[in-house]
Ligand binder design. Structure first.
Ligand code: GRF
Length: 195
């Protein structure tokens, strides 16, 4: 049974979808939800789902990413995860942290990578007049939002879409894509999931 730790910063809707998917004959189980924000609503949702939680507030560390990560590693290593899932986690991780979990550190990004790495993805897709948008699950590598793609889901951009309406349509797909990718990865299959 693979052990999965999930890192969040906010609402944790992707974390909820992942946790809910890990039941029955699923080859993985959630062992920890960690947030860099003590006020993250996802922490309450994780507890309601019976998953252990930890909080490592990044603010006391200022710009010292390495010091923050040294603290972040403590609950993560104690949980002995096989796979780490970033799910709405809004801190950039150092190459040192990424290398430590290389090959088993996943992230979901709300665009069809390699298009629109970084922030404001829906606004950028609308401004570009794209007919399609979507989300990508990828392996985390030192370069932001650029690792090997493990899954993608596409949605149409509709007339009258705003960044909010598009974000909602993409988020619904994220909740299907991420669990599908995690199940495959946990089963040792790295064939990309394309929805
Ligand atoms: C989602 O758009 C996700 O793609 C991005 O963070 C946003 C919020 O995710 N990574 P969640 O509801 O906190 O899972």
């Amino acid at each position: 049974m693979k052990r999965v730790a999930i890192l969040i910063s906010g609402g944790g809707s992707n974390m909820v979808a992942l946790v809910r998917s890990m039941t029955g004959d699923h080859p993985a189980r959630p062992v920890l939800v960690v947030s860099n924000d003590p006020a993250a609503a996802g922490l309450t949702r994780a507890r309601e789902l019976g998953v252990a939680t930890a909080t490592v507030d990044h603010r006391p560390f200022g710009r010292d990413r390495a010091a923050f990560e040294a603290e972040l590693l403590k609950p993560i290593l104690a949980a002995e995860p096989d796979i780490l899932c970033l799910a709405g986690f809004m801190r950039v991780l150092t190459p040192g942290f990424v290398e430590r979990f290389r090959g088993r550190l996943l992230n979901i990004h709300p665009s069809l990578l390699p298009k629109y790495p970084g922030l404001d993805t829906h606004r950028r897709a609308l401004d570009a007049g794209d007919a399609e948008a979507g989300c990508t699950v990828h392996e985390v590598t030192p370069e932001l939002d650029a690792g090997p793609i493990l899954g993608q889901a596409r949605v149409p951009v509709l007339p009258g879409d705003t960044a909010d309406t598009l974000a909602r349509r993409v988020l619904a797909k994220e909740h299907v894509l991420y669990p599908a990718v995690l199940r495959r990865i946990a089963a040792g299959d790295r064939t990309p999931v394309l929805l």
